[in-house]
Design a protein around this ligand. Structure first.
Ligand code: BTN
Length: 238
């Protein structure tokens, strides 16, 4: 059963979710906020979270090994939910959702050990019922919002419903990693492109050729070597 907890303004729904786990929250507790004042992105970045966006975290009993797959489940769910508004969205590896080359959503999966189990907090942020102008200028340059794309208001309640339904559907595929990865790959705009990636070991340049069930992106570098990137940011793709 899904329990939805609604809040007006929080620091970060992921942090709220952690606190809820410590208090004994059940699996499939979902915390949704109208705005965040300390929304978190990957690598300690900030996630701009003005009122009008959709910000949520889903609490699930999952171990770290499955986090890359959960990330795929979340990415595919956002793509599917946006399709209900006729948006042709795609995934930029590993966890950004783009529309017409601009970022519309991001995912941050974090883990924690609860009193008796391992938990995943799947944080999803969607620039939904927002004017582009309500995002900070540096973000705006590479982002879009659903409202901006559609030219009309978006019902965040409806978006949440579509998203959670899709998440349940794709979540049912977690035990079939190869299938999940194949679908993810088919929606991933990074694959089969020449990319420049920022990684912990420096920049990597080459052609993105495949994605592993571990979530790693396989890149054939310009010198012909195949490298597996487990975590990084795609800086350029062309
Ligand atoms: C990224 O693109 O770097 C990931 C962004 C994830 C943002 C969401 S909004 C809901 C949840 N709470 C957070 O603080 N972050 C995630």
């Amino acid at each position: 059963m899904t329990t939805i907890i609604r809040r007006e303004v929080v620091d970060s729904t992921n942090d709220e979710a952690r606190a809820l786990v410590a208090e004994g929250a059940e699996a499939w507790t979902v915390i949704v906020a109208e705005a965040q004042v300390a929304g978190k992105g990957r690598f300690g970045r900030t996630w701009a979270s003005p009122a009008g966006g959709l910000y949520l975290s889903i609490i699930l009993p999952e171990k770290m090994e499955r986090f890359p797959l959960l990330n795929m489940v979340a990415s595919l769910s956002v793509v599917d939910a946006l399709a209900h508004w006729d948006m042709d969205a795609s995934v930029k590896w590993p966890n950004d959702v783009h529309v017409r080359g601009a970022k519309v959503a991001g995912i941050l999966v974090e883990g924690l050990v609860g009193p008796e189990a391992y938990w995943a907090v799947v944080g999803i942020g969607i620039n939904s019922d927002l004017d582009l102008e309500s995002l900070p200028t540096p973000v705006r340059a590479q982002a879009t919002t659903l409202r901006h794309e559609l030219g009309r208001d978006v019902d965040n309640g409806e978006l949440l419903e579509e998203l959670l339904a899709a998440f349940r559907g794709w979540g049912g595929q977690l035990d079939e990693p190869s299938r999940l990865v194949n679908v993810y790959a088919s929606r991933c705009s990074t694959l089969n492109h020449h990319v420049t990636l920022e990684t912990g070991e420096g920049l990597v340049r080459g052609r993105a050729v495949s994605i592993r069930t571990s979530g790693a992106l396989v890149v054939r570098t310009d010198s012909g070597q195949e490298v597996e990137i487990t975590d990084g940011t795609v800086l350029e793709s062309g």
